[in-house]
Design a binder for this molecule. Structure first.
Ligand SMILES: [Zn+2]
Ligand SMILES: [Zn+2]
Length: 258
């Protein structure tokens, strides 16, 4: 059985748990070990039994907990070479493993492919996890939709996808103009509407599930994100997607595949 659950999603801290048999992986650890451990216990796991922690990029909402975690457990931390370079103080060399981009690597019962995303960090990535017939993907912190991202996500069964902001709420909000520009820019984040466009280009017709995540606290809310995406998909004639939303600082619904 595969079990997937977001522990928290957004600028308050990101971490996704994915398990198949004895293989237990965290994608990002942007929260305290205490918070992560209490979430894992709810999922009948704990930080000591983790097989690996994979890092998407060096922004603190993705690596905040790494230093403290590596003092508590010897779990291998996987990051790409440029991310390690960008956050040297955070990573302990003894625990570090480097993963390639656009070439398969293996951790326990998952084959994994990392793909590059356009974002204002050294070398941010998303991941696709393959186990049996299932393909589970993580794509947050995307400035724009690239061909590489579309190709990587093709035929997903479950996708954690960024839906960071509502265009209207961001434009009407009181962030300085340069911050709004950064968020909407090539190296920022995807809006609800961008997320829907990406989905229209990656749905395959079979029953698929998406968890919308990395929602802004100021310029989005779960209902708005879900409604905007589902309405846009409906207008494109797509009704084969189940849409969930990952909350900030709370566990999402648990998704399983048997
Ligand atoms: Zn980021
Ligand atoms: Zn982020």
């Amino acid at each position: 059985m595969i079990k997937i659950c977001s522990l928290s999603s957004g600028s308050c801290g990101n971490s996704l748990y994915i398990e198949a048999g004895d293989t237990k992986i965290l994608v990002d650890a942007g929260l305290s070990p205490k918070y992560i451990n209490s979430c894992l216990k709810t999922l009948s796991s704990d930080i000591k039994s983790l097989t690996a922690i994979l890092i998407t990029h060096e922004h603190s909402d993705h690596i905040y907990g790494i230093s403290a975690l590596t003092k508590l457990v010897q779990t291998p931390i996987y990051a790409n070479a440029l991310t390690i370079d960008a956050a040297q103080d955070t990573f302990y060399p003894a625990n570090l493993r480097v993963f390639p981009i656009q070439r398969f690597f293996n951790i326990g019962s998952f084959d994994i492919l990392a793909f590059s995303t356009s974002h204002d960090s050294k070398s941010s990535v998303g991941f696709c996890f393959y186990h049996g017939r299932q393909k589970i993907c993580v794509a947050t912190d995307l400035g724009i939709i690239t061909t590489e991202v579309i190709e990587a996500l093709a035929n997903f069964d479950l996708l954690l996808l960024e839906a960071n902001y509502s265009d209207k709420l961001l434009l009407d909000g009181n962030y300085p103009a340069f911050v709004k520009k950064r968020i909407q820019g090539k190296y920022g984040h995807l809006s609800n509407s961008d997320a829907a466009s990406l989905l229209t280009r990656t749905v395959s017709g079979h029953r698929q599930q998406v968890i919308l995540g990395h929602l802004s606290a100021d310029h989005n809310n779960p209902l708005l994100a879900k409604n905007t995406v589902s309405e846009q998909l409906k207008r494109s004639g797509i009704d084969s997607l189940d849409i969930l939303v990952a909350p900030r600082k709370q566990l999402s619904e648990i998704v399983t595949f048997t």
